[in-house]
Design a protein around this ligand. Structure first.
Ligand code: SAM
Length: 297
């Protein structure tokens, strides 16, 4: 079908398999039993030529039916307006305010900072984390609260699943002494390093491919905007990554965990408690929850 369409469609052909969302909406699984959509794009300059091309595709698809392959659906046509595809997505990324004083500015937009504002210049690149998603917003707001409580300035921070590096960069801008971002996706590692440079915190934020368990000294603050199933699976390693209390009244390090779909919250709470964390804060937006926990010992 793609071959037949491509003869009429110099603008290109796409093949879109049927899929279902998995991993709490973060992944997709192709379902070969579902219908596949094949699209061809042809310039609509000459209406007569388009009609002829469509008729010829319909005829050839009719011939293809004779081979007894899977059933071929009806050929549909519609006019679509030409866009600058490479840049169209940028329209959907405005300057965003999060919490009281954080401002996320996509690199292609301007913003005049007001006194006291912390402005992050972000290019999401191919990695998740534009500040638009509720899970990221919740974590940023939580981070700002921790900063207001004096728990970020001078801290050593680990960002597990750093994505675009938005949380890592925000932590550095809130005065963290040292931030390590890790992600299993090499594109995320690149995006984090680039965003750290862009915000002039490259000396503070380092990024590398990987995950838990953390090596080296445990951290004052661990950020983990993942998904519920991963947080459950990694609970013990997250505990190991957080610094213990230094005895007496001195409290242990903190974990800020996000990406928790509200239905999965009890499960994540149980896993964190079993690992040794004490819940000290909770925030929700829409269907999403972020939890703040402290290492108990
Ligand atoms: N920290 C960013 C934010 O808050 O916007 C991105 C969060 S995004 C929901 C989750 C990130 O975790 C993705 O970049 C993904 O590649 C990464 N990831 C998934 N599984 C991971 C694992 N086991 N260890 C480390 N990173 C992981």
């Amino acid at each position: 079908m793609a071959e037949i369409l491509s003869r009429a469609a110099p603008g290109g052909v796409t093949v879109e398999p049927g899929f279902e969302l998995v991993e709490e909406g973060l992944g997709a699984r192709v379902d070969p039993a579902r219908p596949v959509v094949v699209r061809g794009y042809l310039p609509a300059m000459d209406a007569g030529a388009v009609r002829d091309a469509v008729a010829s595709v319909a005829r050839d698809l009719g011939h293809l039916q004779a081979f007894g392959l899977r059933p071929i659906g009806e050929l549909r046509t519609r006019a679509v307006h030409e866009e600058d595809w490479a840049n169209a997505w940028k329209r959907h990324f405005p300057v965003l305010r999060v919490g009281r004083r954080l401002v996320i500015r996509p690199t292609w937009r301007r913003h005049r900072a007001a006194a006291g504002e912390v402005v992050l210049a972000l290019d999401p690149g191919m990695a998740f984390g534009t500040g638009l998603h509720p899970t990221t917003r919740l974590c940023l707001a939580g981070l700002e609260r921790l900063a207001d409580a004096g728990l970020v300035a001078g801290a050593r921070v680990l960002d597990v699943g750093c994505g675009s590096g938005i949380l890592a960069v925000a932590a550095a801008r809130f005065g963290a002494r040292e931030v390590l971002g890790v992600d299993i996706d090499p594109l995320a590692v690149e995006a984090t390093a680039a965003n750290a440079r862009r915000n002039r915190v490259a000396r503070i934020v380092r990024a590398r491919a990987g995950s838990l368990p953390a090596t080296g000294r445990p951290y004052d603050l661990v950020l983990a905007n993942l998904i519920a199933s991963l947080l459950v699976r990694l609970a013990a390693d997250l505990y190991g990554a957080v610094r213990p209390g230094s005895g007496g009244a001195a409290s242990g390090g903190r974990l800020l965990a996000g990406g928790i779909f509200v239905d999965r919250e009890p499960e994540v709470r149980r896993a964190l408690a079993a690992a040794g964390f004490r819940l000290v804060g909770r925030d929700e937006e829409g269907d999403w929850v972020a939890l703040e926990a402290e290492r108990l010992d």
